[in-house]
Design a protein around this ligand. Structure first.
Ligand code: 3PY
Ligand code: MG
Length: 254
């Protein structure tokens, strides 16, 4: 925590993040305390509202982990709000063009890179500062903007997206990507076409000096893709952990 996530990823460290959609700060705090370096709150498909997101960000910091937020589709207003709450990273879904990337950056970065508006009182407090001024000085460096690559259009435009100033990394959504690449015929996050897309995104990040990220269904997939070169990897989900733990206990009774 303490806004070190960006420094660690920029230094080339591999970071694993939990992925949480259940809107309960104490649930994410528990998951963070098991030892996740980062915890991502999914506002796009999860159940988070403004208040629960704000509280969960504090709980993740308290647990010594780094909070990230995936915002809902096209919700750049929530990008700067989540950063103001103290998020160390933002993930924007369906960034399909350089224009999409620029609009995202505009909300995520202060001038001269973007147009993020001043008002980071809670983020500054969580970073240990008495007011927002010292937070502002390093915020563009110390918070991360990940653009999601999860359509054919995004793959076609990947170099323009990754080279957009202020984009810190790319994060692949393999389910949507499989669906887009097959025009809705196949949902398979691990298909051969998706694997080709992963290679394209890895190469684009490497050329641009940006952070490659990937949504992973479980630890085995995340560990394998870390070996392949991905640096920011999410692992399973809170719902999957809850179901797996519960069914393991029930099976133990049989
Ligand atoms: C996808 O796979 O499409 C995602 O957005 C990850 O949840
Ligand atoms: Mg998706």
């Amino acid at each position: 925590s303490n806004f070190s996530l960006a420094r660690r990823l920029r230094a080339g460290e591999v970071v694993y993040s939990a992925w949480c959609g259940l809107p309960y700060p104490n649930v994410v705090e528990t998951i963070a305390r098991e030892g996740f370096t980062a915890v991502t709150l999914d506002q796009q498909h999860g159940l988070w509202d403004t208040a629960s997101t704000m509280q969960a960000i504090g709980a993740i910091h308290l647990a010594g982990s780094a909070p990230l937020v995936r915002v809902p589709l096209g919700q750049n207003a929530i990008v700067s709000r989540a950063l103001d709450f103290g998020a160390e990273g933002l993930i924007a879904p369906m960034i399909n063009s350089a224009a999409d990337a620029r609009a995202f950056v505009s909300a995520a970065k202060y001038p001269p890179i973007g147009e993020r508006s001043l008002g980071a009182h809670r983020a500054a407090a969580l970073a240990g500062f008495p007011d927002q001024r010292p937070y502002l000085v390093t915020a563009n460096q110390d918070t991360l903007a990940f653009a999601m690559i999860e359509t054919r259009a995004a793959l076609d435009n990947v170099d323009a997206i990754v080279n957009t100033p202020g984009i810190d990394g790319l994060f692949i959504g393999p389910s949507d990507l499989s669906y887009s690449l097959t025009n809705g015929a196949v949902l398979d996050a691990h298909s051969a076409e998706v694997e080709k897309g992963l290679e394209i995104v890895l190469a684009a990040c490497k050329n641009a000096g940006k952070i490659p990220g990937l949504y992973c269904i479980d630890a085995a997939r995340a560990a394998a893709k870390a070996k392949a070169g991905f640096k920011f990897l999410t692992v399973g989900s809170d719902l999957a952990f809850l179901r797996a733990g519960t069914s393991a206990q029930l099976n133990g009774l049989a």
